[in-house]
Design a protein around this ligand. Sequence first.
Ligand SMILES: *Cc1c(COP(=O)(O)O)cnc(C)c1O
Length: 230
Amino acid sequence: MVKENLKEVEEKITAACERAGRDRNEVTLIAVSKTKPMEMIEEAYSAGKRDFGENKAQEMKEKHDALPDDIKWHFIGHLQTNKVKYVVGRATLIHSVDSLHLAEAIEKESEKKNLVSDILIEVNVACEESKFGLKTDEVEKLVRDVAKLPHLRVKGLMTIAPFVENAEENRNIFRELKALSVDIAAKNIDNISMDILSMGMTGDYEVAVEEGATLVRVGTGIFGERNYSI
Ligand SMILES: *Cc1c(COP(=O)(O)O)cnc(C)c1O
């Protein structure tokens, strides 16, 4: 199942790249394995997948420590400062930095572990009450503040678009995030790059790819529905 699903999602990404005139190598599929058992991750791994996404610090730590070293773990969930220690040094990229307070905690832990952490800034483009992330007009300020932290590297932006029935409804959200990243890149802030755009999930990743996503985060479309009750 997992293998077939992966293949299908990869093919849809390829087709979306073709429609948009993009190079397929610009887009990486992150298999979002949160709540899913190690065996399913191993199945995806044996099919060649190396990028996985988790949204809970301890769950990512456990899976990271048990599974092969060449897996790249993407931390995509809301991160509390007291959990930063589990994530720094294990995540290849932290997608969800949305405050200076959190950035400073990651800086401190990175310094302690003598490494540099790559991060994205999470933007709540649609201004949904229920979601984390900065408003569009707050992003530049945080980027400038984080640029001063020597053990952090801002690589780009991330958004979680609203849940919609029709993916087309999110096209403007993805366009807005792309436009914001182009804006910020043009300011040539030291220590900052805007190369990564993490956007698109099971319901809307094809539209996200058409609008410039470089990382798409797909869970259900690869591993099936999640069961939170067990
Ligand atoms: C769970 C999750 C995903 C994957 O969602 P699906 O709809 O199952 O593809 C992507 N991004 C984030 C931040 C998530 O928490």
